[in-house]
Ligand binder design. Structure first.
Ligand SMILES: [Zn+2]
Length: 107
């Protein structure tokens, strides 16, 4: 596992605005994916109508922590964030592709 650089941003950080007086409190964030609407999930009704859950992925390094892949699952009124190591993210991505191929009839 790669250990964090504690006195500066990760090379992929696009979040320099929060690099303040305390480098130990800085959160490095890379470019996030576009939000992905989950059409197989039931939508939730809120004041704007029916809203589908969304997933968004981005590289992240919290203060004093190793870099991770952040997976945000956003509902209309709540959100769940899962932090994955790079190996875990690759394993899940591979299994998602394998299962998607099965569902699509490619295997
Ligand atoms: Zn940074």
């Amino acid at each position: 596992m790669k250990w964090p650089v504690m006195n500066g941003c990760e090379p992929w950080c696009t979040h320099p605005s929060v690099f303040g007086k305390d480098p130990g409190a800085h959160v490095c964030a890379g470019v996030a994916s576009e939000p992905i609407d989950l059409h197989a999930e039931p939508g939730e009704l809120d004041e704007e109508g029916v809203r589908l859950p969304r997933v968004q992925v981005m590289p992240l390094r919290r203060a004093l922590c190793a870099p991770v892949v952040s997976l945000l699952y956003r509902l209309a009124r709540a959100e769940v964030v899962v932090y994955l190591t790079a190996d875990e993210a690759r394993a899940i991505a591979g299994e998602l592709c394998r299962a998607a191929d099965v569902v699509d009839g490619h295997r």
